[in-house]
Design a protein around this ligand. Structure first.
Ligand code: FES
Length: 135
């Protein structure tokens, strides 16, 4: 698990009018493995990052089935990741739920780029559960 604080991330860049923030050094993300990032000490602000066949993917780390933060630990096969809890399966490239018999909800996908040995993601807008609005 890697913890980050959005307001402390000063390394940023703009590409196609979109703001990207530094996530980590590229050499720390190995192929075929998932990584969990938590922002602002908020369990609802989590991302899962994967490298597969050299390509990077970034999805919400929170499975919409039972709100478990386990996508990073999912089983990767072809270009899909299956949640280790109950097996809901998503496309790495889009976050799309590939089996609607499991349910209709997908994972939010985030743009991720590698530049000069560093990995950046689009400034993340997290999906905060509605029930938190009344807290
Ligand atoms: S929590 Fe992910 S499949 Fe159930």
């Amino acid at each position: 698990m890697i913890k980050l604080y959005l307001e402390n991330i000063k390394d940023r860049l703009t590409k196609n009018d979109k703001e990207y923030i530094f996530l980590c050094n590229a050499k720390n993300i190995y192929d075929g493995k998932g990584y969990q990032f938590i922002f602002d000490d908020d369990m609802d602000k989590q991302l899962a990052v994967f490298r597969r066949d050299g390509n990077l993917y970034c999805l919400s780390n929170i499975c919409p089935h039972r709100h478990q933060d386990k996508i990073y630990d999912g089983i990767i096969q072809d270009l899909k990741v299956s949640c280790p809890e109950h097996g809901w399966t998503y496309e790495l490239e889009t976050g799309k739920n590939i089996n609607h018999l499991q349910g209709l909800r997908s994972l939010k996908k985030y743009e991720i780029i590698e530049k000069e040995g560093k990995i950046y993601i689009e400034f993340p807008e997290f999906e905060i559960p509605k029930w938190r609005e009344n807290l």
